[in-house]
Design a binder for this molecule. Structure first.
Ligand SMILES: Nc1nc2c(ncn2[C@@H]2O[C@H](COP(=O)(O)OP(=O)(O)OP(=O)(O)O)[C@@H](O)[C@H]2O)c(=O)[nH]1
Ligand SMILES: O=C([O-])CC(=O)C(=O)O
Ligand SMILES: [Mn+2]
Length: 613
């Protein structure tokens, strides 16, 4: 197709644009020229538009409409089997200097990377519609709203972005009114259509590039339609780019849930918790407490932006608008709050199984396994199949305001003051159920050495233990040592008497017989109660070399079938296991080289001395 044929699309784009924002128009024109879509569509975020898009997605075979009596206004779709998770090896932080991307990230010279990407994006939207989605992460009326515009050639991405972020005309108006900066976030599935070529249900490209330019604060994502790779407001903006903004502006952008807990005495506490992908954030965020008189309300399940307020308190907001939760393991017994939200409908499911009556199912949803399903790849499935019906990283995408237990403060741009921060991972051994840090820096040490077995949320091997500092390993937009130093120094802005207490938790420890040492899920409320009682100076603890763990009778076990010996097992600090762990931490810290903050190497030294004593 020659340039002449392109000109009408471009002219039409600019003529029909619902904005006069010069930078936005220039960027849209530039991208349109590069990617050569058939048409350009400006997303307004309306209900009617959503209906139109989902109708088209059903027509194209990307989505199936679910039985409205079971799941109103809901859809399920299956991705290409090679496009089911985030692709960490294909994710790049292209800072000007390699040093600033750090040893945990992939790096390439930005100019060289732009050259490669321009080649990939050239003509990549041919035969498709190019959608322009104005969005804001966080509140539109925040003091300093964080805007973005995603350009994508995927209607699935547009529909999902509408659930996950505040998008559309209101946002565009505000960008204009403030003449605000926006993060340009460019996405293409990388599957242009030649004239007459039939589209596939899930277009994508074998070659994937998830690229961030931190200084420019821009994102280029190519080849994947999967959530974390393609919904660019989520990991790409709200963690990788936002962590750089946060470093420069003195705040924190973290992979954390936000939970409000109210005690029987009617005192409210707010807890932030960082666990790696598929390690329990959504579940704890939607906690159903098993202890009498305690009430849980949620503010967020994946991303938490925190800053010290004028009062010196660390205030947290969830910049997202929806849940993009791991489906398997989400069930009526483990997470009824999520199930109730999903049952209200208005959801998009990806890679789940379909029931014969037009509903969805996944492992762990119900105790009873259906006799027949269509599995996520479209094959007949029975319980004898010997393979999961839903992909292990299948997801539900659901508006957060459908959660009955949503805290009213979710809607407050000022957020909530955090009382406790939890760092947690998935470890079969070594790490106790809960350990209280001695102080803020000791807590940062715990976060910096956090480790977890890998999960299906990212492509690659599952079950391999790796260090995942603050659960941010795949999401830090800059050097890991600088990131840890920022955590240490940012606390200087806070009221030192009100700094949150930090705890390390592990819901996944196993006993000798292979079972979980702790029942988890709703019973995690017992651990939170202990943490709160530690804040109040009410609960007992045993001092160990790594910090304070509960005494068996300081944990509320009312109604739980657990002996004090079993609790000891769950919280024990085993010197032999820790000898191994210390070696692992030493190796991990060695990888930082010069950039490791000296406060943290000092922490390791003290820990080694404590074990040696
Ligand atoms: N044993 C045990 N498993 C848990 C617990 N909480 C969550 N899980 C399991 O952890 C897996 C996923 O947890 P999620 O809460 O969806 O993970 P997440 O941290 O929100 O993950 P991302 O959305 O990928 O960032 C599911 O298989 C759950 O069954 C717990 O307390 N105990
Ligand atoms: O980003 C995604 O696709 C889902 C998610 O929350 C994670 O992987 O941590
Ligand atoms: Mn996540």
């Amino acid at each position: 197709m020659g340039d002449n044929a392109r000109q009408p699309v471009l002219d039409e784009t600019l003529k029909n644009a619902p904005t006069t924002h010069a930078k936005l128009l220039a960027w849209v024109a530039e991208v349109s020229e590069l990617t050569q879509p058939d048409s350009v569509y400006w997303v307004d975020g309306s209900e009617a538009e959503y209906k139109q898009l989902t109708d088209e997605l059903v027509e194209a075979g990307t989505l199936k409409r679910l039985n409205p009596e079971l799941f109103p206004n809901s859809f399920a779709g299956s991705s290409d089997p090679k496009d089911v998770a985030r692709v960490e090896e294909r994710t790049f932080i292209c800072s000007e200097n390699e040093r600033d991307s750090g040893f945990t990230n992939n790096w390439m010279d930005p100019a060289k990377m732009k050259g490669i990407l321009r080649e990939r994006f050239a003509g990549s939207m041919r035969g498709r519609t190019m959608y322009v989605i104005p969005f804001v992460m966080g509140h539109l009326d925040a003091e300093d709203p964080k805007f973005g515009v995603e350009i994508t050639d995927s209607a699935y991405v547009v529909a999902s972005m509408r659930i996950m972020a505040r998008i559309g005309s209101d946002v565009l108006r505000k960008i204009e009114e403030l003449d605000a900066f926006f993060v340009p976030a460019l996405h293409s599935v990388g599957a242009p259509l030649e004239p007459g070529q039939q589209d596939v249900a899930w277009p994508c490209n074998e070659e994937k590039w998830i690229v961030h330019f931190p200084e420019e604060r821009s994102i280029w994502s190519y080849g994947s339609g999967y959530g974390g790779n393609a919904l660019l407001g989520k990991k790409c903006y709200s963690l990788r780019i936002a962590s750089v903004m946060a470093r420069d502006e003195g705040w924190l952008a973290e992979h954390m849930l936000i939970l409000k807990l109210t005690s029987p005495e009617n005192k409210a506490y707010h807890i932030a918790a960082a666990f790696p992908s598929a390690c329990g954030k959504t579940n704890l965020a939607l906690l159903d407490p098993t202890i009498e008189g305690w009430k849980a309300e949620t503010l967020g399940d994946d991303i938490n932006w925190m800053r010290f307020g004028k009062d010196g308190e660390l205030r947290a907001v969830n910049p997202e608008f929806g849940l993009f939760g791991v489906a398997p393991g989400t069930g009526w017994s483990t997470n009824p709050n999520a199930m109730r939200a999903i049952a209200k409908g208005n959801s998009i499911f990806t890679n789940v199984a379909l029931t014969d009556d037009g509903g969805v199912w996944w492992e762990g949803m119900t105790d009873e396994v259906p006799e027949h399903l269509t599995d996520w790849q479209g094959n007949d499935w029975t319980p004898e199949a010997g393979r999961p019906a839903a992909h292990p990283n299948s997801r539900f995408c659901t508006p957060i305001d459908q959660v009955d237990m949503l805290a009213p403060e979710y809607h407050d741009p000022q957020g909530v003051a955090i009382d406790a921060i939890l760092f947690g991972g998935r470890r079969k051994t070594t790490i106790p159920l809960v350990t209280e840090a001695r102080d803020w820096t000791n807590g940062i040490f715990m976060g910096s050495t956090l480790s977890s077995e890998t999960t299906a949320a990212a492509a690659g091997a599952v079950g391999v233990v790796r260090r995942d500092p603050m659960a941010m390993l795949p999401f830090m937009g800059y050097d890991a040592g600088d990131y840890l130093r920022h955590w240490i120094t940012v606390s200087g802005k806070g009221n030192q008497d009100r700094l949150p207490k930090i705890f390390l938790v592990n819901w996944f420890r196993r006993t000798a017989d292979g079972g979980f040492a702790w029942p988890g899920f709703g019973d995690n409320s017992r651990v939170l109660k202990w943490a709160i009682e530690r804040i109040e100076g009410k609960a007992d603890a045993t001092e160990t070399p790594i910090g304070f763990v509960p005494t068996p009778d300081s944990l509320d076990l009312t109604g739980l079938d657990m002996t004090p010996e079993q609790v000891e097992e769950a919280v024990k600090v085993d010197p032999a296991e820790w000898a191994e762990e210390l070696k692992g931490i030493e190796e991990w810290y060695a990888r930082f080289g010069e950039s490791l903050p000296e406060q943290l190497s000092a922490q390791l030294k003290v820990l080694q001395e404590r074990f040696a004593a």
